[in-house]
Design a protein around this ligand. Structure first.
Ligand code: COA
Ligand code: AMP
Length: 637
C-alpha cells in the first residue's frame, strides 16, 4: 500500500493522473474529456465533458451488481421510537416512485427542489430522486427559522419543496410544515408545489401539524404508494452540472449558497471513503451529524452509498435520548466500522458520564476509529474519548465549501502519529500555505491566514450559486492565486496543520457555523436599539456561544431586562433556535477605537478571562470597565 507521502506527492506532481485514477472509483456514462480544464469556470473545472449521475453511483450500480438485498440505511430514531433497515433495492424502488411523480408535476433537469426534513429516511429518497432526474437539491437544517428558510427560497427559487410535518426535538415538536408555509408566505418567489410527509408521532403536538393546501400540496405517503413500480432512468448529467446548493453563514445576514457539482464531488468522496475513513463495500459507517450540514451531506447521505457501504441515520442527541450511551449502543448494534461526530457531542457525553459508565456494557471489536470535525477539537476531550474504546480519534478539518476534509489522518493509507489539537496533514489536492496579512508565506510555527493554492481539488465549490463575482470577492481576491479559507492557524515543522480561529465574524456553536454579523443585523432592527455588537465567547460545552451587547436609543424608558428578553426572542425568530443566543447585556456605550472600530477582541478576552490590556487607540476606557463589572454579575461558560 502506498504511504501518505507517496500519495500526496503524486497528487502534487501529477494531479491529472492522480484524480484520473480516483475517477475510476465511479461509473461514467461517458468518459470526461479532461481531468481538469483550467480554462473553464472561475478557476477551472474538473472532469469536463464527462457524463454521470450521483444517484446511479449511489444506488443503481449496487443493485445491478447484486447488492440489492444489502442494507443501505439503518434508521435509528430514539426520539420517535422507530428503527428501520432499508435495502438498496427498496431505496432504488422508492427513489424511482418519487422521481416519477416529480417528473409528472414538471420537475426537470436544473430545477431546484428545497428539502426541509428532520433525520428520517424520506430525506434519502428525496435527495436521490432529485439527483436521479437532475434536479438540484438544497437541504435546509431544521434549526433555522421560517425567515431563514424564506431567504433560501428567494435565493435558489425552488419549484418544489419536500418537507415533513414535523421534527422531534427532546423538548418539543418542531412544526416543519407550518414553518414552510410561513416561509412561502414571506418569500417573493412562488413555489409551485410541496410534497409533505406526515410523521406518525406519539408526543403531544399542536393542532394542524399536517394540512394539505388543495392543488399545491401532496401527501408524500400517497405519492409513494401510487407510483411504486414505475421506472425512471437516471438522467445523464454533465460532471460539471450542479448537484446541490448548501447554504452556509457568510459575514452578513444573507447566507452563501455553496454550489457543488457532480463529478468532482462523487470522485472525491469515493476516494476518501477508502483513503481516509477506510470503509469498504458492505461495512457500516455512522455519522452523527445532521443532513442539513455539509458533514451530513457527504458522510451520511452520499459517500457511504457511493461506495456500496451502509450508512446509519440517527435521529436523536448524544445525551438524553435516552442516555449518554446511545452512540455506543448504535456502534455495537450495527457493527459500525467508522464513527464520525463533532467534538461538542463528545463533550456533552463526557459531561454527563465522566467515568464512561454508559460505554462499559458495549463491546465494539469492529470499530476501527472515531472521527471528529466541525470545530476545533480540544485535546482533553479527544483523550477522554480515546480511552473509552482505545481506538484512534481522528480530527479532520472541513468547510462547507470544501465538501470533504482539507486535512486529516488518512487511516486507509496509514495512521500517522496523532498530535492532539491538530487535524494532521493536508489531503491530496489541498496545498496549504500560511500567509501573513500581506500575502507572504510565513515560517513553520508562525500564526497566519490559512490559504489553499488554486485550483481547489475536485469536490470543492466551483463557485457560489449564481454569484461568480461574490465567489471571487469572498474567497479569491484577498490573496491572488489562493483560496482564502478565513481560518487562521499555523503549520509546524512536520507539516501538521493547527486550525485555531476564524479571521472573519463567523463563530462555531456546537459545531454549527453562524454569523455574528447576521445576528447584529437582526438586533439592529429592534426599535429601541441604537447600536449593538455580537461576539463569540468560550463555552465549555458548545465551544463557543454568541454574546450580544446593546446600546439603547436615548429616549428609551423601558426596562433593560425586558428589551434583553425581546432580543433573545428576536434572534430565535429571525435566525432560529440553532443560534443558541441566550446572553445579551445592555451597556451605556460600546468599547471602540477612536476611528470607530468596535474592540471585539478585547471584549472577548475580558469575558473569556484571558489576559488583556487597554488598547492605546481606545476612545473611552470606561466602556471596558463597564463590561468588566457586568462580567462579575453574569454567568458565563
Ligand atoms: N430542528 C429543530 N430545532 C433544532 C434542531 C433541528 N434539527 N437541532 C437543534 N435544534 C434546536 C434545539 O432544539 C435547541 O433549541 P432550544 O433552544 O429550544 O433548546 C437549539 O436548536 C440548539 O440546539 P443544539 O445546538 O442541538 O443544542 P442542545 O443544547 O439542544 O444540545 C448538544 C447540545 C451538544 C447535545 C448538541 O448541540 C449536539 O448534539 N451537537 C453536535 C452537533 C453536530 O453534530 N454538529 C454537526 C457538525 S459535524
Ligand atoms: P462548516 O462550514 O459549518 O463546516 O464550518 C467550517 C468551519 O468550522 C471551518 O472554517 C473552521 O473554522 C471550523 N472547523 C471545522 N473543522 C475543524 C477542525 N477539525 N478544527 C478546527 N476548526 C474546524
Amino acid at each position: 500500500m502506498s504511504s501518505y507521502k507517496q500519495i500526496y506527492d503524486k497528487c502534487l506532481k501529477h494531479p491529472d493522473e492522480f484524480w484520473g485514477e480516483a475517477a475510476r472509483l465511479i461509473d461514467w456514462f461517458k468518459p470526461y474529456d479532461k481531468v481538469f480544464d483550467k480554462d473553464a469556470g472561475v478557476y477551472g473545472r474538473w472532469f469536463t465533458g464527462g457524463k454521470t449521475n450521483a444517484c446511479y453511483n449511489a444506488v443503481d450500480r449496487h443493485v445491478k451488481a447484486g447488492r440489492g438485498a444489502q442494507v443501505a440505511i439503518y434508521y435509528d430514531s430514539p426520539v420517535s421510537n422507530a428503527k428501520r433497515a432499508i435495502t438498496y433495492q427498496q431505496l432504488y424502488e422508492e427513489v424511482q416512485a418519487l422521481a416519477a411523480f416529480m417528473q409528472d408535476i414538471g420537475i426537470k433537469k436544473g430545477d431546484r427542489v428545497l428539502i426541509y426534513m428532520p433525520m428520517i429516511p424520506q430525506v434519502f429518497t428525496s435527495v436521490f430522486a432529485c439527483t436521479r432526474i437532475g434536479a438540484v437539491h438544497s437541504v435546509v437544517f431544521g434549526g433555522f427559522s421560517a425567515k431563514e428558510l424564506a431567504i433560501r427560497i428567494d435565493d435558489c427559487k425552488p419549484k418544489l419543496i419536500i418537507a415533513a410535518s414535523c421534527g422531534i426535538e427532546p423538548n418539543r415538536i418542531v412544526p416543519y410544515q407550518a414553518m414552510v408555509n410561513q416561509a412561502i408566505d414571506m418569500a417573493k418567489h412562488e413555489v409551485d408545489h410541496c410534497i409533505v410527509h406526515e410523521r406518525p408521532i406519539t408526543q403531544k403536538a399542536p393542532e394542524g401539524l399536517f394540512t394539505l393546501k388543495e392543488g399545491r400540496d401532496f401527501d408524500y405517503a400517497k405519492v409513494l404508494k401510487e407510483n411504486m413500480g414505475r421506472k425512471v432512468p437516471c438522467v445523464e448529467l454533465s460532471a460539471t452540472d450542479p448537484l446541490y446548493i448548501l447554504y452556509t453563514s457568510g459575514t452578513t445576514g444573507k447566507p452563501k449558497g455553496v454550489m457543488r457539482d457532480i463529478g468532482g464531488y462523487i470522485v472525491a468522496l469515493a476516494w476518501t471513503m477508502g483513503a481516509v475513513f477506510n470503509v469498504k463495500p458492505g461495512e457500516v459507517m455512522f455519522t452523527a451529524s445532521d443532513v442539513g450540514w455539509v458533514v451530513g451531506h457527504s458522510y451520511i447521505l452520499y459517500a457511504p452509498l457511493i461506495v456500496g457501504a451502509t450508512t446509519v441515520l440517527f435521529e436523536g442527541k448524544p445525551i438524553g435520548t435516552p442516555d449518554p450511551g446511545t452512540f455506543w449502543r448504535i456502534c455495537e448494534e450495527y457493527n459500525v466500522r467508522s464513527f464520525f461526530s463533532a467534538p461538542t457531542a463528545f463533550r456533552s457525553i463526557k459531561r454527563e458520564d465522566p467515568n464512561g459508565n454508559y460505554a462499559k456494557p458495549y463491546k465494539l471489536p469492529n470499530l476501527q476509529a472515531m472521527f471528529v470535525a466541525g470545530e476545533r477539537a480540544d485535546p482533553d476531550t479527544l483523550q477522554w474519548v480515546t480511552n473509552l474504546f482505545h481506538v484512534p480519534v481522528i480530527d479532520n478539518w472541513w468547510q462547507t465549501e470544501t465538501g470533504w476534509p482539507i486535512a486529516a489522518n488518512p487511516l486507509g493509507l496509514e495512521l500517522l502519529p496523532i498530535k492532539p489539537g491538530s487535524p494532521t496533514l493536508p489531503m491530496p489536492g489541498f496545498i496549504i500555505d500560511v500567509l501573513d496579512d500581506d500575502g507572504n508565506k510565513v515560517a513553520p510555527g508562525t500564526f497566519g491566514n490559512l490559504a489553499f493554492r488554486l485550483p481547489l481539488p475536485p469536490g470543492c465549490l466551483p463557485t457560489l450559486w449564481n454569484a461568480d463575482e461574490q465567489f471571487k470577492k469572498t474567497y479569491l481576491e484577498r490573496f491572488p492565486g489562493f483560496y482564502n479559507s478565513s481560518d487562521a492557524g499555523y503549520i509546524d515543522e512536520d507539516g501538521y496543520v493547527f486550525v485555531m480561529s476564524r479571521t472573519d465574524d463567523i463563530i462555531n456553536v456546537a459545531g454549527h457555523r453562524l454569523s455574528t454579523g447576521g445576528m447584529e443585523e437582526a438586533l439592529a432592527g429592534h426599535q429601541d436599539i441604537a447600536e449593538c455588537a455580537v461576539i463569540g465567547i468560550k463555552d465549555n460545552l458548545k465551544g463557543q456561544v454568541p454574546c450580544g451587547f446593546i446600546v439603547l436609543k436615548h429616549n428609551v424608558e423601558r426596562e433593560d431586562a425586558i428589551i434583553e428578553k425581546e432580543c433573545i426572542a428576536r434572534i430565535r425568530e429571525i435566525i432560529g433556535p440553532v443560534a443558541a443566543f441566550k446572553l445579551v447585556m445592555t451597556v451605556r456605550k460600546l468599547p471602540k477605537t477612536r476611528s470607530g472600530k468596535i474592540l471585539r477582541a478585547v471584549i472577548r478576552k475580558i469575558i473569556d478571562g484571558d489576559e488583556w490590556s487597554i488598547p492605546s487607540t481606545i476612545e473611552d476606557p470606561s466602556t471596558l470597565e463597564e463590561i468588566q463589572e457586568l462580567v462579575k454579575t453574569r454567568h458565563f461558560g
